[in-house]
Structures are given as C-alpha cells and as structure tokens.
Design a protein around this ligand. Structure first.
Ligand code: TXA
Ligand code: MG
Length: 319
C-alpha cells in the first residue's frame, strides 16, 4: 500500500524524481505527476488503466501560470479565472506547443485549473513544474474523497499519498471550453453553472460523441459502484419494487422506513446541496462495501449543484 503522509516536502521530492503521487484537492484526490515527465505521465495512465486518448487536467499554482501552458487565452477565460480560482473550475484553452501530446491527447486545447486546497497549493509552490492529475481511482470507478479511499484502490504502484483530509467540495471540477459563440459546459461539477453564467451568459451544452469522447468524464457509464445502483424519483415505490432484496438507500435529506433497508445514507439532513455533494462519493464508497443487492439513489432537484449530483448519479447507474 502507498504510504499515507502529511509531509509535503517528501512528496515534492518524490514528484521531482518523476514518480507518481496521490494528492488532495478540494474536489477529489488526484494521481499526480510532472506534466513534462513522460515517465510520470505514462505511469499515471498505466496505474489508472486509463485509455491514452483521455486527456489530463494541468494543475497550476496560480492564475498567471496559465501563460506557461496556454496561448491566445480568451478574455472570458481570464475573467472566469480571476473570479473563481483557486477553485473547482477547469478551463479548456489553446495549448502551447511545449505541452506534451500525452497531456492533451493530441488535442489543440489544454485543460487547466488552480485547485483550492492549502496542501496542494503549498506543494505546487515548491515545484518548478505543473502537475497533471486525474482523479486517483481506477478508470470508471467511484472517485476518492479521502486518503483511505485512494489507499483501498492501489497496492504499491506509487510510493506516497499526501493526506489533506476529506475533500470539501466532493465532486470533480466543472469543465468549461470556448468557441466563437462563447462558453460551453463540458462537464457539470463542483462549481454551479448558475454562478458561471453570471459572467458568461447562457452556456452552450457540449454535444457528446461516444465514439471519440472529448471529455470521457462525460462517458455514459462512469463513477460507478460495483453494486447494482438505480436512480429513483420515488423512493417508496422503488423500495416496494425491490422487496426481499438487501437494499441500501442514498437519499438527499429525508429518511425512509422499510424492513429491507439494510443501510441508509442521508447526504444532507439540512437539505444543503453543497453538503450533499461533499458527502456523495464517500457515501457511495461505504454503500458499495456492504454486500448489498441494490443501491437506490434519490434523484436531486435539477438546479445548482443538484444538476452536477444528478449527472454523476446518472453515470453511476447507467447500464
Ligand atoms: O476536480 C477535478 O477536476 C479532479 C481533480 C483531481 O483536479 N480531476 C479530474 O480529472 O476530475 P479527470 O482526469 O478524472 O477528469 C478530467 C476530465 C476528463 O473527462 C478529460 O477527458 C477532460 O477532463 N479533459 C481534459 N483535457 C481535455 C481537453 N483538452 N478537452 C476536452 N476534455 C478534456
Ligand atoms: Mg475521473
């Protein structure tokens, strides 16, 4: 098992030796490496069993470092960066030639963000290179929001997991790209679309192409527990339809009764979408470890972070 540590310098030294390390961010834990090290980046793809056509997000210490990896940055992108960074917003920008093809999967754009977590910001400040970091889980499975989640996924493929505590936002960054008409949402995430639209105006919806997915976070099946999981708008009806099975419930704020309910995860008793988002993956991890026959997940109201939660639940339950 990789060693769980809070020693930032130890992990900085490991990354400087072209090794891979798991790192905390405010959204989910990432599996990080020097963007300019082919060894480290190939290591990330191998460890995650991630297809090479799936590009990585570049994590920067501050907004002005954008200029090191991107060029011709749209003014709207700069405005979003100055409003929301550090924070859970990833921008797709025209890449500089110096960014390796492995990072961008040969695309003309590079994905960048400044994460909002003191531990990774301090780590990035110690390093002379940015970090590529996909979520620290095997391809397609539930993203990790604690150091322990990461440790449970991997044996000894890399030496260190830098522990920054549980992630506060809990789902991945929102991904925004640009065209001549304005801004496009590629992935719903921890920053609500309504907040972004205050700056960009109405966002265009990215049209998915399953053959050559631009953002495989948009793959129909992703973020999935091993246990059969369904998405429900009527929990009581779904419980009745699954009588006799060992049921795990994952609900927004209200609890339910029923003899077949083995365990129940209430994501936010006070009805806060932010709290629910921060608890989502940890609840999915816990439910997935209980040998249940079925997980019934409650659909959220389709606004604010509820849209991002529903997006993840839809992909987790797709079959
Ligand atoms: O919150 C996050 O974004 C986390 C933390 C660790 O920062 N990272 C994360 O990385 O979610 P990952 O690799 O699991 O998801 C990155 C997504 C993928 O769906 C990838 O296809 C998309 O970003 N992506 C990266 N570069 C892209 C590009 N140039 N064009 C389109 N999509 C891109
Ligand atoms: Mg991921």
């Amino acid at each position: 098992m990789p060693l769980i540590t809070t020693d930032i310098t130890l992990v900085a030294n490991s990354l400087s030796k072209e090794e891979v390390a798991a790192i905390p961010t405010e959204t989910v834990y990432g599996l990080a490496g020097n963007i300019y090290s082919e060894k480290a980046i190939l290591g990330i793809f191998r460890i995650k069993q991630r297809p090479l056509f799936n590009p990585l997000i570049v994590h920067l210490p501050h907004a002005s470092a954008m200029e090191d990896v991107a060029k011709d940055i749209p003014p709207m992108a700069k405005e979003l960066a100055s409003r929301f960074w550090p924070g859970p917003l990833t921008l797709l920008l025209p890449r500089k030639e110096s960014v390796p093809d492995l990072i961008t999967a040969g695309k003309p754009t590079v994905a960048v963000r400044v994460p909002n977590h003191p531990v990774i910001l301090s780590l990035l400040a110690q390093l002379p290179f940015p970090l590529a970091a996909p979520s620290a889980n095997p391809f397609g499975s539930i993203s990790p929001t604690t150091a322990e989640h990461v440790a449970n996924y991997f044996k000894d493929e890399f030496p260190f997991i830098l522990d920054g505590g549980p992630c506060t936002s809990g789902i991945e960054s929102t991904i925004i790209g640009f065209n001549d008409e304005g801004a496009i949402v590629y992935r719903y995430g921890s920053l609500a679309i309504e907040e972004i639209e205050k700056i960009t105006g109405p966002l265009q919806e990215y049209i998915r192409d399953e053959e050559t997915p631009d953002a495989p976070g948009m793959l129909l099946k992703h973020y999935a527990p091993a246990t059969t999981t369904i998405l429900s708008t009527n929990i009581e009806k779904s419980i009745k339809e699954n009588i006799g099975k060992k049921i795990g419930l994952m609900v927004f704020s209200q609890s339910y009764k029923g003899k077949d309910i083995v365990v129940q995860e209430i994501l936010s008793a006070s009805g806060s979408m932010e709290e629910a988002a921060s608890n989502l993956y940890a609840a999915m991890h816990r439910l997935d470890q209980q040998q249940l026959d079925i997980i019934i997940a409650e659909r959220f109201p389709d606004k604010g972070l509820g849209r991002s939660i529903n997006d993840r639940l839809q992909r987790a339950t797709y079959c």
